[in-house]
Design a protein. Structure first.
Lengths: 764, 82
């Protein structure tokens, strides 16, 4: 057992023992960073200060390698783009004005590494963390989504991660009562030792309820409330503990956290009531870096200081050292800044919810963070130096040595064999729609509650998720996310733009107007110049793309060091687009609904098979250049879809992306079990492509729509007026079949089984 | 019937939400003397005949590798009941 600490490392002690050896290296600090801390403090840091700086200056908290590139998201914007932005980059989450006095806030965050170590709790606490970020802005969380990337399906470890992550997400989200309205699941061997578990949450608030994470009024109280503080997720600080414990060696603290969704649900309701009663002046959730982060950020944001008594923290485990308390990542905790006069009202509300709290100290005018352990001062730092003025690096970038070869090895250069007869094409279509990445993910999404709350208008497998915000008017938001690691490996600049284009198209397909962007940038090690080059390219692509489309980035998250051994993952910038719809009753589903509707293909098909699903599934090939991005065409298409949807012309819209037209036809059929007869000869003639390209090319700015016969003239006229290429390619029918003329006819039952069986067979 | 009993507990340092919920319920019902509750699991392995030393060792290995999740749980006891 651990023995009690006899003394703590005080600031006084730090002054008197300037040469004491400190484990800064083990805590991940570099020599120059440690020297800089000494310069800031004009002495060596105490062990508590060292704990704070090391965690707050880590890549995860300080964005030290990415900062110089993230700036452009705030710079490459026009006034028009900022018009609806109530809170931009830098806060816990961006906030967008959606009209009628409503605002929404949304954000994606990664929980990749914890989810590999302990998939269930890692994914569950990932959901919990992003939901608290949304809550912190003053919003009621209204939905979640998850972007998942796992290793190869054939690897036995993949099932462990998939099962754990999916049950963790469903457990936490379902217990919280938040609908899970969509996301992505991708399998690829590059994610084998490093799955990506990204979680998105969206929340709604009235304009006047906006809250910020700052402590600016001297005399206000600093209050920690919610769960008690335990030794969760502080494995890394064991090196500090080892100094203060006896020779038995360091106590082995766990590296993971355990979540309690019911505690979080109570915390959500409690916070919303506190906001409504207007008794909090500032609020911050406790996530990564725990109290170190909350105290220093609140004070730094408010340009003030704080005096905190660490002994007042309610503990689950009395053996915690001050350093461990500062670093603990115990879940379901919040920190509020409460004016003294409101303490009584605050207490009444938290007592009603049986939420524990303790007053840790108060805000002071002097911009200094003082933390005491009993009578002894263990922290005395400028909060800005911890929270915001951390190191910033311009790391070396290098054009990858392997990239030219990869780009040269296109589908045509490698002479990948194309099918020569209809039965072979039909066979390839089935192979593609039943491949793990293209198969139905309903085995996963059926474990999530899509409809709890009663405001879900669209959810998986529709192109985007949509929830109602105002029950009076039907005002709502649609969200779609996308990332294609294979495209980004070939060309990170355009790969990021392609992810943006697809999310944008998906949101537009639902009938909503795209308004704002969030991202979760998953990359390898920033210390590898080739990875840093990919990051530089991808961020530039995303920022340029947003400027072109006229929608701002409102916030995001960077996750570096995603690699198995020395091998980095494909660059995977997950891009989320949020759109607004004035009435969710006007939503457009992704599947055909009525027999006798005409099916139109909008957009041009080019022979673009490099990086495609076809090249992966049929030939296990990756090379060449990804499809051309044409954001002007995407914009024209989105505007057409909005116009047509406002006039009530569209029975369904489904975008074309991974798997091309073939995938979209099968999904449109299966959504509501409506059959169709489709012909390809007009596509091959007009666009001068072969049948392989017509079916499997991943050219962008394309969707298929179904339109009632009575609206045909109007719809085609609209397309022509907006110069969006339009081609009638089929008719829906109640035959119970999907027929692609001169190719094959499948019964819907057969397609459903083929598309649906893959994932349950692998993981069920 | 001879048995090997494996007892698994959540790691002492980690939150045990179920235990916390039960502890709160007990407090509300007036059991002020109970300060905390932790909930683990008990697993019985049944044998035809009393397990050999070798089989007991094997059971310990099974307990550590298969019956518990070493990241968040500890095997606190493996006992033989003949």
């Amino acid at each position: 057992m651990v023995k009690q600490v006899s003394t703590v490392d005080t600031t006084k002690n730090a002054k008197n023992t300037p040469d004491k050896e400190q484990p800064w290296r083990e805590l991940g600090l570099k020599q120059e960073e440690y020297d800089r801390i000494k310069l800031i403090l004009d002495r060596r840091p105490t062990s508590a200060e060292l704990a704070m700086y090391s965690v707050m200056w880590s890549e995860h908290c300080s964005y030290k390698s990415s900062k110089i590139y993230l700036r452009q998201f705030g710079e490459k914007v026009t006034d028009e783009m900022k018009k609806n932005l109530m809170v931009g980059m830098g806060e816990n989450a961006g906030v967008v004005d959606i009209g009628e006095g409503w605002a929404v806030t949304f954000k994606v965050e990664s929980h990749n590494h914890p989810s590999y170590i302990e998939p269930f709790q890692g994914a569950a606490t990932g959901v919990g963390g992003i939901v608290r970020d949304i809550l912190t802005m003053g919003a009621r969380p209204i939905a979640v989504m998850d972007q998942l990337r796992f290793g190869a399906v054939a690897n036995p470890d993949t099932a462990r991660v998939v099962n754990g992550v999916v049950s963790g997400i469903s457990f936490y989200g379902n217990c919280l009562g938040l609908p899970n309205i969509g996301g992505e699941t991708v399998f690829d061997k590059v994610y084998q030792g490093n799955p990506l578990v990204n979680a998105l949450s969206v929340g709604a608030l009235r304009h006047e309820d906006l809250k910020l994470a700052k402590a600016s009024n001297p005399g206000d109280l600093v209050i920690l409330f919610g769960a008690r503080t335990g030794a969760d997720g502080i494995g890394g600080v064991s090196v500090l503990a080892s100094e203060t414990f006896d020779a038995d060696g360091p106590s082995r603290r766990p590296a993971v956290q355990v979540g309690d969704p019911f505690a979080e649900k109570v915390l959500i309701e409690c916070c919303l009531e506190l906001y409504a009663a207007q008794v909090v002046a500032g609020i911050q959730d406790l996530g990564g870096a725990g109290l170190s982060c909350a105290t220093s950020e609140l004070a730094s944001n408010g340009r003030a200081g704080m005096r905190v008594q660490l002994k007042e923290v309610l503990l689950r485990d009395e053996s915690l050292t001050p350093e461990e308390i500062l670093m603990s990542e115990s879940q379901e905790r919040m920190m509020a800044i409460v004016p003294k006069k409101d303490l009584k009202a605050f207490t009444a509300i938290v007592n009603k919810y049986e939420v524990e709290f303790s007053v840790l100290g108060e805000v002071i005018r002097e911009p200094r963070l003082y933390i005491n352990w009993g009578k002894e001062e263990i922290v005395n730092v400028p909060p800005r130096s911890v929270a915001h003025d951390g190191p910033v690096y311009e790391r070396p970038v290098a054009y990858p040595a392997w990239l030219d070869n990869l780009n040269n090895n296109s589908v045509n250069h490698a002479q990948l064999r194309r099918a020569t007869n209809p039965s072979e094409l039909a066979e390839q279509l089935i192979q593609i729609v039943s491949s793990p990445n293209q198969a139905s993910k309903s085995w996963i999404t059926d474990q999530y509650d899509h409809y709890v709350g009663g405001n879900t208008a669209l959810a998986m497998p529709d192109d985007s998720g949509m929830v109602r915000v105002s029950e009076e008017t039907g005002l709502g938001v649609a969200i779609a996310t996308d990332a294609n690691g294979r495209y980004c490996q070939l060309d990170p600049y355009n790969g990021a733009k392609l992810a943006l284009a697809e999310s944008y198209r998906n949101v537009a397909s639902s009938g909503a107007v795209p308004m704002a962007v969030t991202n979760c940038l998953n990359f390898g090690s920033p210390e590898n110049p080739e990875v840093m080059w990919q990051f530089k390219q991808a961020t530039a692509g995303l920022a340029d793309g947003c400027l072109e489309l006229g929608i701002p980035v409102t916030g995001g998250n960077v996750s570096f060091y995603n690699q198995t051994g020395d091998v980095a993952i494909y660059p995977t910038p997950v891009v989320g687009v949020l759109g607004v719809i004035d009435d969710v009753a006007r939503r457009i589903p992704s599947g055909w609904q009525d027999a006798g509707n005409n099916i139109y293909l909008l957009g041009i098909t080019r022979d673009e098979l490099d990086g495609s699903v076809w090249s992966e599934v049929i030939h296990d090939h990756l090379g060449g250049k990804p499809p051309v991005v044409d954001l002007a065409a995407e914009k024209a298409l989105a505007e057409l879809l909005q116009g047509a949807s406002l006039q009530g012309l569209l029975a369904s819209t489904h975008d074309l992306s991974e798997g091309g037209l073939a995938q979209t036809l099968v999904e449109s059929t299966l959504r509501f079990g409506m059959g169709a007869r489709v012909w390809l000869n007009e596509i091959t003639e007009r666009d001068q492509v072969d049948l392989t390209a017509a079916l499997f090319s991943e050219s962008t700015a394309r969707v298929i729509v179904s339109v009632g016969r009575e609206d045909d003239v109007k719809f085609v006229g609209l397309c022509e007026a907006r110069t969006v290429p339009v081609l009638r390619i089929g008719v829906t029918d109640a035959s119970g079949q999907l027929e692609i003329q001169d190719l094959a006819t499948w019964s819907i039952e057969e397609l459903k089984n083929t598309h649906g069986a893959t994932i349950p067979e692998l993981f069920g | 019937m001879p048995k090997i009993i494996v007892e698994v507990m959540p790691k002492a340092d980690l939150l045990d939400p179920a235990g916390k919920a039960v502890a709160n319920a007990l407090q509300r019902k007036g059991n002020a003397e109970i300060t905390n509750v932790r909930i683990g699991k008990r697993i019985e392995l049944h044998y035809e005949v009393a397990p050999t030393e070798e089989q007991i060792e094997a059971a310990k290995q099974i307990a550590a590798d298969f019956l518990s999740n070493g990241v968040i749980e500890d095997v606190v006891a493996v006992t033989v009941e003949n």
